[in-house]
Design a binder for this molecule. Structure first.
Ligand code: NAD
Length: 376
């Protein structure tokens, strides 16, 4: 019997994305799978039921879609209750937020599903096209700058007009991973004067190559090169103090600050204190991209414009979700690239290898099996 891939409407509050598009539905069908999608699943991302049906997917109510499913795709992993009727041991490929949502991981183990956590995709060349963190962060970095520009009461580019000159905005990007690089590029395109910082020394050249100015702690060692898997770790107290001093002197001269710093498995590092916010000029704007992970900025709150010391602090709980159509298109392709790379023609389904399979698999055979969640 053909492999059945099911996609439910996302149920998390505010989630506008969908894990399948007509494009990827068609490609899964071409591999020999049956694809079923819940009614209305794509509407918030401008994808109609008709478009899915035309692509060869079955469209129906949740229970019918999930019945006998071998693989369920999601943006945010559904509650296990929504999976009732799926096959025993069915795979669920989605984001699980595994470090924080341990109860959900345990529920997946207990229900006997195989949770495949897309956040745990290893940072290796062949997995780049499967990496949802990258695809979503890139869009988030772009949207952060547009949102900050929208909240800001001045223009970004320098303009010479008959009525006088409008000064270019000064934008400072803190954290130069995927989101930060896109934030720099977007702010440059809008005509701002851009500077940026990170703890990883490898980002210095990347900042320069985008035409922005690197601002780095010089007297205390940061992370040489890329860091393990490209990720940062928690920094020493000495480094934190040096960074705070550097940031204090720089931030007071900025109009816009975009913070993007994350550390896997830990709350986001605090980069801007209330006193530093107070040092900024009235009318300045901070966008805290890490607000949902605890925030880089003291006082930031998800989905609110917090005004402190005449400075507006903004941050979305789901920034990529504000670009639902593009975010869904890229997320869905990441999932297709993942499953199709492992497609076994004879088995008529994907068969994962150790390097990627063991990295993303959280639960199997009733147990939590991921070594990042079960330290030896
Ligand atoms: P991330 O989202 O984990 O963190 C964002 C940035 O914040 C990082 O650059 C990090 O160094 C920085 N940061 C952390 N703590 C900080 C602090 N205290 N002060 C200042 N900055 C701080 O990072 P990311 O966007 O996932 O990317 C990290 C790296 O991984 C990048 O170099 C990226 O190119 C690389 N990457 C590789 C692959 C691949 O090879 N498949 C895929 C994606 C990303």
């Amino acid at each position: 019997m053909a492999l059945r891939i099911a996609v439910l409407r996302e149920r998390a509050p505010g989630e506008s994305r969908v894990a399948l598009t007509p494009e990827t539905a068609k490609k899964f069908v071409a591999l020999g799978a049956v694809v079923a999608v819940e009614e209305g699943a794509g509407l918030a991302a401008a994808l109609t039921d008709g478009a899915f049906a035309e692509a060869g997917a079955e469209v129906g109510p949740a229970a019918a879609v999930v019945k006998d499913a071998d693989i369920v795709l999601g943006v945010q992993a559904p509650d296990t209750a929504a999976l009732a009727g799926a096959r025993r041991g069915a795979w669920v490929a989605a984001t699980f937020d595994p470090f924080r949502e341990s109860a959900r991981v345990a529920a997946y183990a207990e229900a006997g599903y195989e949770a495949l956590s897309m956040e745990f995709m290893p940072r290796i060349t062949r997995a780049q096209s499967m990496d949802v963190l990258s695809s979503q962060s890139n869009l988030a970095g772009y949207k952060a700058v547009l949102t900050a520009a929208n909240v800001y009461g001045r223009a970004f580019p320098m303009m010479m007009t008959a009525a006088g000159t409008v000064q270019a905005a000064k934008v400072f990007v803190m954290g130069v991973g995927v989101a930060g690089l896109q934030a720099i590029a977007t702010a440059k395109r809008l005509g701002a004067q851009v500077s940026a910082t990170d703890v990883r020394s490898a980002t210095k050249e990347q900042i320069q190559s985008l035409g922005a100015k690197p601002i780095f702690v010089e007297n205390v060692a940061g992370i040489e090169g890329e860091g393990s898997g490209g990720y940062a770790t928690e920094m020493s107290d000495e480094y934190k103090a040096a960074q705070a001093e550097l940031v204090s002197s720089h931030i007071a001269k900025q109009d816009i600050v975009i913070t993007t710093a994350l550390i896997p498995g830990r709350p986001a590092p605090r980069l801007i204190s209330d006193a530093q916010v107070a040092s900024m000029k009235p009318g300045s704007v901070i966008f805290d991209l890490a607000v949902a992970q605890g925030g880089n900025v003291e006082g930031s709150r998800p989905d609110e414009v917090v005004e402190k010391h005449e400075v507006k602090i903004v941050g979305y709980s789901n920034t990529a979700g504000h670009l639902a159509a593009d975010a869904s298109a890229l997320f869905a392709r990441n999932l297709y690239n993942f499953l199709s790379a492992f497609w076994d023609e004879e088995a008529g389904r994907p068969v994962l290898d150790e390097e990627i399979g063991d990295a993303v698999r959280l639960t199997q055979g009733g147990k939590v099996v991921n070594e990042r969640l079960t330290p030896a």
